[in-house]
Design a protein around this ligand. Structure first.
Ligand code: SIN
Ligand code: CO
Length: 383
């Protein structure tokens, strides 16, 4: 399993490249093996709860189809070069989720998903730019990547509603990637990847950067939900004004303080952000177990030695309040943890497959039970 880098200088990468400039990393893995077969990818693109797209490079321009696709779509795709793109494959295929492990030097909340593409010779998605950092791992076959100027929302696009392709693209660098090679691109760098030969698979490790408007919307929702009707302006000690039409500086200062005090509450913001950023990408998919369990059953499973694993579709982060108190955020829910519970939460956020301990306090078991019942963790059991 290619879950480790043999040669990759994380410090140097973060200092000189992350969010700054592209970097070609020639096969850094201990032993690269493509984690997913093209047929399995096509199978996922036929499933209703998986987001997928098919892009064809036709003589008269680009065309885009959205999945799910009938199986027959891939047996007779037509003569023109095509690319199949499947989003969040890590949520469904553990070996693809394992590709994220070497990138955990970046916080969990910044990681988005692993998109996987499959292209026939000369297939690609056309020159474009993304809003996010991405590591493009060549899984199978070869792809020529060209990179160009940094773009932004003023860059001219081709008139195609869905594809957001650049009207003008001039390459400043290009490389042919072989299996195991990685190209890192910061947000905004224009790029174009074209398959060299058939059976070209690329894994995009994508990151997230919340927009200011998204943050403000989430924060305002939470603030508003918390405010009481009787939390109102008050002005004891009001003095008579010369002109009743004036909104005085004193009144404005009080009004402004009513807003600022609440909006600048960092602790409350930390909880909002923890919940918001841990919300699943596809919240409509129900991962809950058929039967919810109680603490007694959970204790029995742990005593049987059943290994605990995280749902790859779930998101785990925490905010520390002190060395033994923290808020754990999983799939949009907040769990306050102290002592043993906090130590357990730190491990759960850091590593998949935490060995369950029969000696865990009730408080840990309660959190585990809630996580199991909301579908965020599972126990690998025989039955
Ligand atoms: C691809 O995998 O073909 C496209 C990935 C990208 O350019 O973002
Ligand atoms: Co891209």
């Amino acid at each position: 399993m290619p879950i480790q880098f043999e040669k990759f200088d994380v410090e140097l990468f973060l200092r000189d490249y992350w969010q700054r400039r592209p970097l070609l990393i020639r096969n850094p893995w201990t032993d690269w093996a493509n984690p997913l077969e093209p047929d399995e990818l096509a199978g996922l693109a036929c499933e209703g709860d998986v987001e997928s797209r098919l892009i064809l490079r036709r003589a008269d321009g680009w065309s885009l189809e959205h999945g799910p696709f009938p199986e027959a779509r891939f047996s007779q795709p037509g003569p023109e070069p095509w690319t199949l793109l499947v989003q969040a494959v890590d949520h469904h295929v553990p070996d693809v989720a394992a590709l994220l492990d070497p990138f955990r030097f970046i916080p969990n909340w910044r990681i988005d998903d692993v998109m996987v593409s499959y292209a026939t010779d000369a297939g690609g998605v056309g020159p474009h730019f993304d809003q996010y950092d991405v590591f493009l791992i060549q899984g199978l076959g070869r792809r020529r990547w060209q990179v160009g100027a940094v773009c932004d929302e003023n860059s001219k696009l081709l008139p195609h509603d869905d594809l957001r392709l650049l009207d003008h693209f001039e390459a400043t660098d290009e490389w042919v990637l072989e299996p195991g090679d990685i190209l890192y691109l910061p947000p905004g760098v224009s790029h174009d990847g074209v398959a060299v030969g058939d059976d070209c698979m690329t894994y995009s490790i994508g990151f997230r950067a919340p927009s200011r408007s998204e943050l403000i919307a989430a924060w305002y929702d939470d603030v508003l939900a918390d405010l009481a009707e009787d939390d109102r302006y008050a002005d004891p000690g009001l003095t008579a004004q010369d002109n009743p039409g004036e909104i005085s500086a004193e009144a404005l200062a009080r009004l402004h303080a009513m807003i600022a005090e609440r909006l600048l509450d960092r602790e409350a913001f930390a909880r909002t952000f923890g919940k918001h950023s841990s919300t699943r990408r596809y919240p409509d998919i129900d991962w809950r177990p058929e039967q919810p369990i109680g603490i007694g059953e959970l204790r029995a499973w742990i005593e049987d030695g059943a290994p605990l694993c995280r749902n790859p579709a779930s998101r785990f982060s925490f905010v520390a309040h002190s060395h033994d108190a923290l808020s754990l955020f999983v799939d949009g829910q907040c769990f306050e943890c102290r002592g043993d519970g906090a130590a357990f939460a730190r491990r759960l956020c850091a590593e998949d497959g935490v060995a369950a301990d029969p000696g865990w306090a009730n408080e840990v078991l309660e959190t585990l039970c809630a996580l199991y019942n909301q579908g965020s963790i599972a126990f690998d059991r025989e039955d």
